[in-house]
Design a protein around this ligand. Structure first.
Ligand code: CTP
Ligand code: MG
Length: 235
C-alpha cells in the first residue's frame, strides 16, 4: 500500500520561548519543518506528505516547500491546523486520499529522524501491525507524583515504575489508515500521542527501535543539540 506522511506543524512552541511558530524556526539556516519534511520524504516508500501548517500560515508554508524541492516521487499538500495537536492530526488525516493504506504521523518538531527509523516503522505496518511506534529505553529513573497545585512546590512521590519496562516513544508513528481514522473518530479525550488512541480501541500497538536523533525539539537547549547534529552531518 502507498504511504502518506502527515506532519503536524501547527503548534506555537511555547516552551521554546518567544519567536516564530516552532516549526518555522531555523536550524542552521533552514526552517525546522523543511528538515522534517525532507527526513520523511527521504524514504522511497513515502509518496505523499501532508503538512499541517499554523492556522494563519499555509501560504507561507506552501512557498517554503516550493523553494526546497522534494524528490520527484513525493507529492505534498498543505492544510491549516487546529487548536490541539490531536485536532491538527485529524485535519491532516482528512486530506489523505483513501488509496494510501499506510499513514505515518510525524512531529515537525522531530526534524532529524533518520530514514532507517522511518523505514522500520513502515515495514512493521506493512507486516501487519495496526500501529507502530519508535521507542527507546529511558536513561532517567521516572517517579509518579501527586502533582502540586503551585509551581515549584514539593510533590509527594507515589510510585517508581520499573525503569527496564518503560520506553520513551517518538515519531513517526505508523498506522493502518482505516485504524487511525477510526481512532480519531472514536476517541474524544485529550491524548499526547496517536498510538494511545489505537490502544483505547483495544488494538495492538508495537514498538520498533527508535533513534537518539529523532529527539523532539521542545526547549531552547534542544535547538543547540539539533544544530550540532546538523553540523556533524555537514548540513
Ligand atoms: N502541533 C500541531 N497543532 C497544535 C499543537 C501542536 O500541529 N495545535 C504540532 C507541533 O507543531 C509539533 C507537534 O505537534 O510539531 C508536537 O507538539 P509540541 O512539541 O508540543 O509542539 P508545540 O505545541 O508547538 O510546542 P509547545 O507545546 O511548547 O507550545
Ligand atoms: Mg504542544
Amino acid at each position: 500500500a502507498p504511504v502518506a506522511a502527515v506532519i503536524p506543524a501547527a503548534g506555537r512552541g511555547v516552551r521554546l520561548g518567544p519567536g516564530a511558530p516552532k516549526a518555522l524556526r531555523a536550524l542552521n539556516g533552514t526552517p525546522m519543518l523543511i528538515h522534517a519534511v525532507h527526513s520523511l520524504a527521504a524514504s522511497r516508500h513515502v509518496s505523499l506528505v501532508v503538512v499541517v501548517a499554523p492556522a494563519d500560515g499555509p501560504t507561507e508554508v506552501k512557498s517554503l516547500l516550493d523553494a526546497h524541492a522534494l524528490p520527484e516521487r513525493t507529492d505534498f499538500v498543505v492544510v491549516p491546523g487546529g487548536e490541539s495537536r490531536q485536532e491538527s492530526v485529524a485535519l491532516g488525516l482528512a486530506a489523505v486520499p483513501p488509496e494510501y493504506g499506510v499513514v505515518l504521523v510525524h512531529d515537525a518538531a522531530r526534524p532529524l529522524v533518520p530514514v532507517d527509523t522511518v523505514d522500520a516503522v513502515i515495514e512493521a505496518v506493512r507486516a501487519g501491525a495496526p500501529a507502530v511506534v519508535p521507542a527507546l529505553p529511558l536513561t532517567d529513573t521516572v517517579k509518579e507524583v501527586e502533582p502540586a497545585t503551585e509551581p515549584g512546590a514539593p510533590e509527594p512521590v507515589v510510585a517508581t515504575p520499573e525503569r527496564a519496562r518503560l520506553r520513551a516513544v517518538q515519531t513517526p508513528q505508523g498506522f493502518d489508515r482505516a485504524t487511525l481514522v477510526r481512532a480519531h473518530e472514536t476517541v474524544t479525550e485529550d491524548v499526547t500521542d496517536d498510538a494511545s488512541m489505537v490502544e483505547q480501541l483495544g488494538l495492538p500497538v508495537v514498538t520498533v527501535p527508535g533513534h537518539e536523533e529523532a529527539f523532539k525539539v521542545t526547549r531552547p537547549l534542544d535547538l543547540v543539540l539539533a544544530e550540532a547534529v546538523l553540523a556533524r552531518r555537514r548540513l
